[in-house]
Design a binder for this molecule. Structure first.
Ligand code: UDP
Length: 339
C-alpha cells in the first residue's frame, strides 16, 4: 500500500517508516521538521535499504499538502505530526490548538477531497487525565488536564463526528502510553529539543554525561517505592501496533480506539535501576518535589488491542533501556540539530 506519514521524521514516525518499508509498503513522508531532523530520513533509508518520497510541508499549508496528494496515490494516512510538550502547551495553548487541531482539519479535508478515507491517528493516554481507573481501558471517560491532551481529545472528537457524517471512513485511534527505546540499530531514536521533559531521555543524557543528575519528581506517591509509575512501551512494539491497526482498517469501515501499552507499570527508581544495568553506568539522582500535573500511576489495559488487533507488546524495560542506551551512546548529540 501507499502510506502517507505525517511527522514521519519524528520519534515515532521514523520508527513506523522503517517497519512499513520493511513490510513492503511504499511510504510518503510529510514533515515540517519543526521538531525533527531530515537526517532521520537519511538513516531510515539506510536501515530499510529502500528510498521513499519526502516533503517539507506543514499540514496547515493546504496548497502544499494538496500537491503531495496530487503527486502520489495514497491508500492510507498515519498521522503522527503534532506538538507534544505538555508544559509548552500550557504556556502557548493557541500554538498547540493551531498546530495540532488546525493541521489535522486541513489534513482530513484534503484526504476527503482525494477520496482517502483510511487513517491511523496518534492519540495519547493523556486524554484520560487524572483517572482512578487504573489500569485504564478505552471506556474510561476522557478528561485531559492540559492543552496538549485537549488538542488530542479534540481531534478524536473531530474524527468521531466525521465518521458519523460519513461512515465509509476507516479510522483507528491509538492512545499511546509512554513510548521509549529506539530501533535496535541505534541509528534512529528520540532526539529531544533542549532539556528533555521525559524521564527516559533524561536518564540517557545523565548516563552519557550530558547532565549531572536526574531530578526524581516526588517519592511520596502511594506507590511501591514512592515514585511515579508509568506504562513504558518500546517504540518498536508501538509501531508494530500501527501495522496491526492498518490490517484492521483493511477489514472494513469503522471508528475504533485502542490503548497501546504493555499493561505493566514501572516506577522511576525501577527505570533508573534498569538503565544502570543496561549502561553499566551509575545514574546519580536527587529527590525533588512532585512535578505539578503528574499522576501517581498510569498503566494501560491493552486487552482490546490484543483481542481485536492481535497485537501485544513483546519487549520489556531491559530491552527499552538497552536500545535507548545504544542510540544515546552512538549519537550523544542526537541528530545534531541542537548544535
Ligand atoms: N520524571 C522524573 N524526572 C524527570 C522526568 C520525569 O522523575 O526528569 C517522572 C515523572 O514524575 C513521572 C515519570 O517520571 O512519574 C514519567 O514522566 P514522563 O514525563 O516521562 O511521562 P508522563 O509524565 O508524561 O507520563
Amino acid at each position: 500500500m501507499n502510506i502517507l506519514l505525517t511527522g514521519g521524521a519524528g520519534y515515532i514516525g521514523s520508527h513506523a517508516c522503517v517497519v512499513l518499508l520493511e513490510a513492503g509498503h511504499d511510504v510518503i513522508v510529510v514533515d515540517d521538521f519543526s521538531n525533527s531532523s531530515p537526517e532521520a530520513l537519511v538513516r531510515i533509508e539506510g536501515i530499510a535499504g529502500k528510498p521513499f518520497a519526502h516533503y517539507r510541508v506543514h499540514l496547515a499549508d493546504r496548497p502544499a499538502l494538496r500537491a503531495v496528494f496530487e503527486a502520489h496515490p495514497v491508500d492510507a494516512v498515519m498521522h503522527f505530526a503534532g506538538f507534544k510538550a505538555v508544559g509548552e502547551s500550557v504556556e502557548k495553548p493557541l500554538l498547540y490548538y493551531w498546530n495540532n487541531v488546525t493541521g489535522t482539519t486541513v489534513l482530513l479535508e484534503t484526504m476527503a477531497d482525494f477520496g482517502v478515507r483510511n487513517i491511523v491517528f496518534s492519540s495519547s493516554a493523556t486524554v484520560y487525565g487524572d483517572t482512578d481507573r487504573v489500569p485504564t481501558d478505552e471506556l474510561c471517560p476522557a478528561a485531559p488536564t492540559n492543552p496538549y491532551g485537549r488538542s488530542k481529545w479534540m481531534i478524536e472528537l473531530m474524527l468521531q463526528d466525521l465518521f458519523r457524517s460519513d461512515p465509509s471512513w476507516h479510522m483507528a485511534i491509538l492512545r499511546y502510553f509512554n513510548p521509549v527505546g529506539a530501533h535496535e540499530s541505534g541509528l534512529i531514536g528520540e532526539d529531544p529539543n533542549g532539556i528533555p521533559n521525559n524521564l527516559v531521555p533524561y536518564i540517557a543524557q545523565v548516563a552519557v554525561g550530558k547532565r549531572e543528575w536526574l531530578r526524581v519528581f516526588g517519592n511520596d506517591y502511594p506507590t511501591r517505592d514512592g515514585t511515579g509509575i508509568r506504562d513504558y512501551i518500546h517504540v518498536m512494539d508501538l509501531v508494530e501496533g500501527h501495522l496491526a491497526a492498518l490490517d484492521k482498517l483493511a477489514a472494513g469501515p469503522g471508528f475504533d480506539v485502542y490503548n497501546l501499552g504493555t499493561g505493566k507499570g514501572t516506577s522511576v527508581l525501577e527505570m533508573v535501576a534498569a538503565f544502570e544495568s543496561a549502561s553499566a553506568r551509575k545514574i546519580p539522582y536527587r529527590i525533588l518535589p512532585r512535578r505539578p500535573g503528574d499522576v501517581a500511576v498510569s498503566t494501560a489495559d491493552p486487552t482490546r488491542a490484543q483481542r481485536e488487533l492481535h497485537w501485544q507488546a513483546r519487549r520489556d524495560i531491559h530491552d527499552m533501556s538497552r536500545d535507548t542506551w545504544r542510540w544515546q551512546m552512538q549519537n550523544p548529540d542526537g541528530y545534531g540539530r541542537n548544535g
